[in-house]
Design a protein around this ligand. Structure first.
Ligand code: CTP
Ligand code: MG
Length: 250
């Protein structure tokens, strides 16, 4: 294979400094119990068991009292930095941390939400295998009919038009970019006061076109209480499936 990244190992920035308002519970959602472990621990298990992920830069709030109970607390490959008020600020802090503390600037890095515990190794492999020098992200093609409303502030919302579903993709993480390119793009976006909800949008503002790599619907972001119920059920299913396969081998 000609892709230069195939044998490389990667740092992954994991933003985990959110408070999970939409989950409507007292603790941040990354510290909910997902089949016997913190949700964030499940995410880190998946990332750090991948043979090409060497280190995690983990963005936490300054007074995160839950993290010390994590099974990855003080692990030598998990490096904590302080997150910001917005997700994009957390990622920016992570990139500055990588540049200053670990001289990571010209390499590809990945960014993955702490709140996506069901990421699989096959999806990470597909992202790594992509060779667009601008970068790439996991995303899933829209399967429903997609409507655009007249306004974001109207209730009830009214339909303006139906968008061409064949061109609509729902962005996920991980997203993979050269560390410096992403930092420049995020700095540019903040000078323009644009709301940036993923890394790709910052690159898009610079006129760049990252590749969309087909992901899996199971890699959804735990955002609402319903997502948590789904994530728990899927995680329980995966764990019991793994146990059954192990027993059949023995
Ligand atoms: N995140 C972060 N720093 C922030 C906000 C979010 O590192 N200032 C992280 C979250 O911890 C999460 C990921 O970014 O892992 C995706 O964000 P989101 O799903 O919006 O999480 P929250 O911001 O915690 O949730 P909500 O928007 O419902 O408050
Ligand atoms: Mg948020």
């Amino acid at each position: 294979m000609s892709n230069k990244l195939i044998d490389k190992s990667f740092w992954v920035i994991v933003p985990a400094a959110g408070s999970g308002k939409r989950m409507q519970i007292s603790r941040p959602k990354q510290y909910l119990d997902l089949a016997g472990k913190y949700l964030i621990d499940r995410t880190l298990d998946q990332l750090l068991s991948h043979p090409q992920i060497s280190n995690i830069a983990l963005g936490l709030t300054e007074h995160d009292y839950y993290w010390r109970e994590s099974c990855w607390y003080e692990h030598p490959n998990v490096h904590v930095f302080h997150g910001g008020d917005e997700r994009s600020e957390t990622v920016k802090n992570g990139l500055e941390f990588l540049a200053q503390q670990h001289q990571i600037q010209h390499e590809f890095i990945m960014v993955h939400d702490a709140a996506r515990p069901l990421i699989s190794h096959a999806e990470i492999d597909a992202l790594i295998a992509n060779d667009n020098p601008i970068g790439a992200l996991l995303a899933i093609p829209a399967k429903d009919t997609v409507k655009q409303s007249i306004s974001a502030n109207e209730s009830p919302a009214r339909v303006l038009t139906t968008l061409d579903r064949q061109q609509i993709w729902l962005a996920q993480t991980p997203q993979k970019f050269v560390a410096n390119d992403l930092l420049l793009a995020l700095n540019y976006a903040s000078t323009k006061n644009m709301t940036i909800t993923d890394e790709s949008s910052a690159l898009e503002m610079m006129g760049k076109h990252p590749d969309l790599v087909v992901g899996q619907p199971s890699n959804f972001k735990v955002t609402l209480p319903f997502d948590f119920i789904m994530a728990n059920a899927l995680m329980q299913y995966q764990l019991s499936d793994q146990r059954n396969k192990k027993q059949t081998k023995e």
